[in-house]
Write a protein that binds this ligand. Structure first.
Ligand code: SF4
Length: 292
């Protein structure tokens, strides 16, 4: 996981790895009995906030999804390609070209039955592949393809207790970099359009929580969150949104997670239909058959 990292940086990343989970946090066992996992992930938290019944289908009942949206597979493919780019940087290898990145992108489609993928009305697999090539070409010629400072980790695992009574948060930080003054946690995103500063702030909760776990690992360095957004527009744009870790916003996010966990632990699962959420939900059939 950390091959190629400079020797002097090893202690930081070693301390980012999962640590002795179940023994230190009693809530981990509650989570394990309910979901089979002794931790919470950001994906689980945000799924519950979107629709508690969807959370139940996915994390408690363990139902496979009836379908998967092309946007999800596409985003996973772009993510895999960008990840490969920074892995090469971490290992000190030559920068991959667009064909190499497209190989990683295409791999995201392989596990899915093509008939179970929901495409948008104007989309085909070929049109999405062409878009991916444009986006990755734009990425390679953007400033984001020149790392400022050093890459410390790619898809770096992190785990720790946010607050008493809540299972550990476990996740992977897409990219961890540092320069003289800052430790930067980056999340890769694909988007239909450019992000506003408000969107970046709204989306920052996951990175804020990770920063709480990573903060003590970089004493003396300023923690910065960063979104690297690749737009799916006709002419793709590569944007960077930097954010500071504000204590008030972090405290609010931790409280929100605490409330979400209380609702999960009390098994308060119900459908929360919405036009956007239900359109891409992989449990529409199971949901229509649900009777409580
Ligand atoms: S179809 Fe809508 S209400 Fe039903 S589980 Fe999915 S998101 Fe929730």
């Amino acid at each position: 996981m950390i091959a190629g990292v400079e020797e002097g940086l090893l202690p930081v990343l070693t301390r980012l790895e999962p640590q002795d989970p179940a023994s230190t946090n009693p809530a981990n066992e509650v989570a394990r009995v309910l979901t089979g996992r002794d931790y919470l992930s950001w994906s689980a938290i945000s799924t519950f906030r979107t629709c508690p019944l969807k959370y139940w289908f996915r994390y408690v009942a363990g139902l496979p999804e009836e379908s998967v949206s092309s946007a999800l597979v596409f985003g996973t493919g772009i993510h895999a390609a960008i990840e490969d780019f920074y892995r090469a940087e971490l290992a000190g290898e030559a920068k991959p070209d667009v064909e190499q990145l497209l190989f990683a992108y295409r791999s995201a489609w392989l596990p899915h039955d093509p008939d179970a993928i929901q495409f948008g009305s104007s989309e085909t697999r070929a049109s999405l592949d062409a878009l991916a090539a444009k986006m990755l070409t734009a990425f390679l010629s953007s400033p984001a393809a020149s790392v400022q400072g050093r890459v410390l980790g790619v898809e770096e695992e992190i785990r720790g207790t946010l607050v008493e009574g809540v299972p550990d948060l476990y996740g992977r930080i897409d990219l961890v970099t540092e320069d003289e003054d800052r430790l930067m946690l980056t999340d890769f995103k694909t988007s239909r359009a450019k992000w506003s500063p408000e969107q970046a702030e709204d989306a920052s909760e996951q990175l804020l929580l990770y920063s709480k776990l990573a903060g003590e690992l970089a004493p003396g360095k300023k923690l910065v969150t960063r979104f690297l957004v690749l737009t799916k527009t006709k002419e793709p744009v590569i944007e960077e949104h930097l954010g500071e870790v504000r204590p008030d916003r972090l405290a609010r996010t931790v409280t929100s997670v605490e409330r979400v966990w209380k609702a999960i632990a009390s098994e308060n699962f119900y459908p929360a239909p919405s036009v956007v959420g239900c359109a891409s939900c992989g449990y529409r059939q199971a949901c229509s058959e649900w009777r409580g």
